[in-house]
Write a protein that binds this ligand. Structure first.
Ligand code: SAH
Length: 208
């Protein structure tokens, strides 16, 4: 079912990054959804993970990961761990992921899912990800997997030259998938279609 997902939902829709196709072929998505939904883990849909939150549709994970242009040596920041699945896919390509989740039960759920999947290069931190810690040596890529009310400029100083940030930016219900590349210290912004994420709640997100 997982290889069919990669072939028809991901490759079939134009994702070409070999690392993304390989990592999504390897990460056991059924370990990142509630047990009673594991039979639906490889369908073309987001799924509820409790606390009003969702694991993203596989294609959305693929397109966002491809936009990150990951290299094996990359250090990656994620805001919105949820189930831990997106972090797991990134961790299958890059060196290290630091991921923030504001809901303690979900942070713990993600840690358990990652452990069951045998993934050890993800650190899950339970706090407001809109106030993230810098990484010694900087982040090479950052992904926001909750709807951001504005371009996350607070991440710019934490990024290395050439760094990529991917975030859904816009309103509470509809957003534009937005990529920001830090080039010569300046942000280069491109848009990659509409999307719909749960809100990013926090000091630089939406009010809780
Ligand atoms: N990437 C996840 C899906 C994210 S759902 C996956 O692969 O399953 C969005 C998540 O962002 C939710 O779990 C929500 O609790 C979390 N979130 C929202 N605002 C946040 C904030 N300010 N800091 C950290 N996590 C946040």
């Amino acid at each position: 079912m997982r290889s069919a997902m990669v072939r028809y939902q991901i490759e079939g829709r134009g994702i070409t990054d070999d690392n993304v196709l390989r990592a999504m072929g390897e990460v056991p998505r059924h370990l990142f959804v509630p047990e009673q939904l594991s039979g639906s883990a490889y369908t073309d849909a987001p799924l509820p993970i409790g606390y009003g939150q969702t694991i993203s549709q596989p294609y959305m994970v693929a397109i966002m990961t491809e936009l990150l242009e990951l290299k094996v040596s990359d250090i990656v920041l994620e805001l919105g761990t949820g189930s831990g699945y997106q972090a797991a896919v990134i961790a299958g390509i890059a060196e290290f992921v630091r991921s923030y989740e504001r809901i303690p039960e979900l942070a713990e759920y993600a840690r358990q899912n990652l452990e069951r999947a045998g993934i050890s290069n993800v650190e899950v931190i339970c706090s407001d990800g809109t106030n993230p810690d810098p990484y010694d040596g900087g982040y090479d890529a950052a992904i926001v997997t909750a709807a951001s009310p504005a371009i996350p400029e607070y991440l710019f100083p934490l990024m290395n030259e050439g760094g990529r940030i991917v975030a859904p930016v816009g309103g509470h219900y509809m957003q534009d998938l937005t990529k920001i590349r830090i080039e010569g210290g300046e942000p280069l912004i491109t848009y990659h279609g509409g999307c719909r994420f749960v809100p990013l709640l926090g000091i630089r997100g939406w009010n809780e």
